[in-house]
Structure formats: C-alpha cells, structure tokens
Design a protein around this ligand. Structure first.
Ligand code: GDP
Length: 293
C-alpha cells in the first residue's frame, strides 16, 4: 500500500539529509523530489505546493537536521487534511431522518460495492438502510444492486431501465419512510463518457431528493483520473466527501493527498478489499505516518 510514494519520501529524506548544509543542492533535490511525487500520483499543483513550502522553510533556515526535514514534511502533508471538515455519517444520520445519501462516480470504480459496504456499516450502527437503484441507464446496474441485496440481506428499491432516476429515487424515499427505513443509499448513473445529459440528470436527482450528503466514489488505481473525476462531479453537483476504493492494491499512493489538495473535501472511507467488511475510515495521521515511515 502506497509503496511508491513512501519510497519517494524516503529517497528524498536520505538524499536531502546528506546535503542539508548546501542550500543550493538542497533546493535542487527538492525539484527532483517534486517529479517523483508526480510519478506517485501526487497532483502536479499539490507537488508544487509541497516543494514551495519546503523550499520556503529551507530559505528561512528552518531545516538544519534530518528531523527538521521529516517534521516539516509531516506538517506540510497534515496541513492538507486539516480544515477539510469531518463528516461522520453515523452521528449525522442520528439527527437527520430520513437520512439520504446520493452516491456519485463513474462506472467500474466500485460504486455499487461501496454502497453495499456503507449500507452494512450503517446497519451495524443500528440503522435500517434501504439501497436505491437509481441508475436506470447502465445495463446491469439494477441487477448488481440486487445481488448485493441478496448477499447482505439489505433491501433494495429497484425500477426499470429508462425510468426517470429522480422520480425513482423520490418514490423510493416515500416508500421507505412509510416502512421504517431511515437511511437511503441512492446509486446514480456514471457513464464513462460523462456528458451534459448526465450532469442534468444528476442535478435533477439532487434537486428532487435533497440528499443530506453527496458521496463521490473514486478508484485509487485510476490515479490522476480519480482527481479529475472529483473536479468534474464537484463542479457538476457538489461533493461532500469521498470514498477511495481498491486501496488494498494501490502502490502509487498519492491519490488521497491529491484529493485533499484539489477537492478540499474529507475522505470518509477507503475500500480495502472485495468483502463488505473491507471498508475503513480514512485517517489522515495514519496515512501521513505510513508514507513518512
Ligand atoms: P461499479 O461499476 O462502480 O458499481 O463497480 P463495482 O462495485 O461492481 O466494483 C467493480 C469491481 O471492483 C468488483 O469486482 C468489486 O469487487 C471490486 N472492488 C470494489 N471495491 C474494492 C476495493 O476496495 N478493493 C478491491 N480489491 N476491489 C474492490
């Protein structure tokens, strides 16, 4: 997990530690470090910012020892995760009923699996979740959620292909509230070729359903694409928090950092496997400790 990013930091810390007395060489090493960050999926503007912040500390004479360097990096990285705001689904759902979550994301990122994982998580916290198959566009989307429903025992509200997703989602909430469901997990379409129609469709779902939270699901393995998708969905309908999937198989490492920098919204969970229990709350301190270890 995050091997490449970890190596980029380790290599830089080793190189830089031996040239701390030469400001010029150190600034050169920072430039090279920046490129290695980009190669580990750190978004270019985030890598630039890390390099700039570090260079400033060097110029100010604040980096004298190896420990200063590690501490400076730690401070810079953690800085990207503070002030993102916290989003605790369990406490939010306790005070807002019905609690409606709209899930956004392109096909194949692990969106339906994540919906099922979060449904299981919410059930474990005493809620009565209903999954809503409001992707009426992609062949198989309805069936996919039905399979998750059979496996988890969590009900799903389905419709027909071609139906208006906003109307379906609205009906699902009406139906569910009357039957004691208190958390609604609403799937939406995520055509790979994102277009104006999709944006209008998602806007309508949001307008009609009035979700309490909009969660974007991205696949860590897609690297920079994950960051571009975050930009796209945030501009289209707004994103409150992110789930990053397939982190168990992810070596580059930079996606969580890039999302924090570019999107400025909290990462709620990471997906760490295919099982329903393979969902972990994202902890920025653990992440930073891991890449700086
Ligand atoms: P969707 O098209 O976005 O709904 O994607 P799916 O939920 O069907 O997931 C696509 C594939 O990714 C499936 O084989 C999932 O089991 C797998 N998957 C989803 N999340 C994770 C994860 O966190 N780790 C791993 N290793 N696989 C995952």
């Amino acid at each position: 997990m995050f091997r490449k990013l970890k190596e980029a930091f380790a290599r830089f810390i080793d190189t830089a530690s031996s040239i701390l007395t030469s400001r010029e060489k150190l600034l050169e090493a920072i430039e090279e470090f920046k490129l290695n960050l980009v190669a580990s999926d750190v978004a270019y503007e985030a890598a630039e910012d890390i390099a700039a912040q570090l260079s400033r500390r060097v110029e100010e004479g604040r980096v004298k020892r190896r420990e200063d360097l590690v501490e400076a990096l730690r401070e810079i990285l953690l800085g990207y995760f503070t002030n993102l705001g916290a989003l605790d689904l369990v406490s939010l759902a306790r005070s807002r009923k019905p609690f409606k979550i709209v899930f956004l994301g392109v096909n194949g990122v692990g969106k339906t699996t994540t919906i099922a994982k979060i449904a299981v998580y919410m059930r474990g916290n005493g809620f009565k979740p209903l999954m809503v198959a409001a992707d009426t566009f992609r062949a198989g989307a309805q069936e996919q959620l039905k399979i998750h429903s059979e496996r988890t025992g969590i009900p799903v509200f389905t419709g027909r292909y071609g139906w208006d997703p906003a109307a379906l989602a609205y009906d699902a909430v009406q139906y569910g509230v009357g039957r004691g469901f208190d958390v609604f997990l609403i799937d939406t379409a995520g055509r790979m070729h994102v277009d104006v129609d999709l944006v209008n469709e998602l806007k309508k779902v949001v307008r009609v359903v009035k979700p309490n939270v909009k969660i974007l699901v991205v696949d860590a393995l897609t690297g920079n694409d994950a960051v571009e998708q975050a930009r796209f969905f945030n501009e289209a309908v707004g994103v409150d928090g992110v789930v990053v999937t397939k982190v168990d198989a992810y070596e580059e490492g930079g996606v969580p950092l890039s999302l924090a920098y570019v999107l400025g919204k909290p990462i709620l969970f990471v997906g760490v496997g295919q099982d329903y229990k393979d969902l972990k709350p994202f902890n920025p301190i653990e992440y930073v400790d891991r890449v700086l270890a």
